[in-house]
Design a binder for this molecule. Structure first.
Ligand SMILES: Cc1ncc(COP(=O)(O)O)c(C=O)c1O
Length: 393
């Protein structure tokens, strides 16, 4: 059971219109950020195999947008050394080394950066901290659903603005504002999960300029390193209502190690904190911080992984096109494939061939998200497509 929220925080939430029951749930979420995988919106649809599920040994996992191999080789010595220090909590110096390295990487002030055990925890906190029963949440559809789950659970009004082909499947920021001009939070994932499409910085800046004075714009850059798109961190100097989230779970190959960053002005960071700085530091894993720090010092490996992903994505896309399956041009490590029929039997056929593909979104029920794998994973995928193609005739 989570500890109750401090009285002044409870009062703040009551003043924002939350019921006692909702406040109880907020306490639970804040105490269990790392446990989001068990929350109701992560329950899988019947026709997909869940991320974090149980698979036969040797399965090729193309369902979780993870990288196909582990952390950067150049960061492993620091990680191995850190493992032996696992008896100690993370020190302030180790945390600071990560923060300063990340700040140098992005050419921003260290004060703007807070590390987390992944980005799911700060993502949940944004909804809890900036939305309420009267200040809703606005997102695209399809997009990464964690924020939907938090909003639905806390009965926060949720508006989903469909992505459109005539807009290149980018976030339509004007439609998002029009859909709810009084929201507490607007969420853009760029490149977007599951489409891999990038929303231009000019559109992000427009939204930051036009949302209500007390609202925030959250830009989730979990997949940024797969693309050459510029980061929204360059807008932080102009917009104090912007929160950028990053994770090491994707290109950096650290999903199981748990490390992420929120990048925003300290006043917004503070509203997302339940504990003071010292306790926040002890949430972090010592090996994850050591490996994350050294990975950011290796831009050549970032570029190499980006190029390999691009190459393998093209092979997968060409294969799908060969069999007449429509895809959306992606700038990330995933592809949306439109089977033009319910994906259940297709998902099963892939699984019979040892290949586990990803889920569908309710708005596009005939599409599956497929993660780009290694060269040999892609070969296995293309081989399995020969069987799947028989179902498409
Ligand atoms: C867009 C997006 N944001 C955030 C996350 C959360 O990742 P993590 O908690 O591993 O950092 C994911 C994971 O798939 C994601 O796709």
């Amino acid at each position: 059971m989570a500890a109750p929220l401090p009285p002044q925080t409870q009062q703040e939430f009551q003043e924002r219109g939350f019921s006692r029951r909702q406040i109880g749930r907020i306490a639970l979420v804040l105490g269990a950020g790392a446990a989001v995988a068990g929350m109701p919106w992560h329950r899988s649809r019947a026709d997909t195999l869940p991320v974090g599920g149980t698979y036969p040994p040797g399965s090729i996992l193309l369902n979780g947008n993870e990288f196909w191999t582990g952390p950067f080789p150049s960061a492993l010595p620091a990680g191995q050394k850190a493992l032996l220090n696992g008896n100690r909590y993370l020190t302030g110096q180790e945390r600071q080394a990560l923060v300063e390295t990340a700040a140098a990487y992005d050419h921003i002030a260290p004060e703007l950066i807070t590390p987390w055990p992944g980005s799911s925890d700060p993502l949940c906190r944004t909804v809890i901290s900036f939305c309420s029963p009267t200040q809703g949440l606005v997102t695209c559809d399809p997009t990464y659903e964690t924020v939907w789950g938090v909003a639905e659970w806390l009965q926060i009004p949720l508006t989903k603005v469909p992505l459109r082909p005539d807009n290149g499947y980018k976030a339509d920021v004007r439609a998002m504002l029009k859909a709810n001009p009084h929201a507490g939070m607007y969420y853009i994932c760029s490149p977007n999960n599951p489409t891999g499409t990038v929303t231009p910085l000019a559109d992000i800046a427009w939204l930051a300029r036009n949302i209500p004075a007390n609202a925030v714009l959250v830009v989730d850059e979990a997949y940024l390193h797969f693309s050459n798109a510029p980061s929204a961190v360059s807008l932080l100097g102009s917009y104090r209502n912007l929160i950028v989230l990053r994770t090491f779970s994707k290109l950096f190959g650290m999903a199981g190690l748990r490390l992420g960053l929120s990048i925003t002005h300290p006043s917004l960071q503070n509203r997302m904190m339940r504990y003071d700085g010292i306790y926040q530091t002890t949430m972090l894993s010592v090996p994850a911080v050591a490996i994350g720090t050294d990975s950011l010092k290796d831009p050549a490996e970032i570029a190499k992984r980006r190029a390999e992903t691009k190459q393998n994505r093209k092979t997968m896309q060409d294969c799908l096109t060969h069999y007449g399956v429509r895809t959306i041009p992606s700038d990330a490590n995933m592809i949306m494939a439109d089977w033009r029929r319910t994906p259940g039997p297709i998902v099963s056929t892939f699984a019979q061939n040892n290949v586990i593909i990803g889920r569908s979104w309710d708005i596009w029920p005939t599409c599956s998200r497929i993660t780009v794998g290694s060269t040999s994973n892609v070969q296995a995928f293309c081989k399995a497509m020969e069987q799947v193609a028989l179902l498409l005739k």
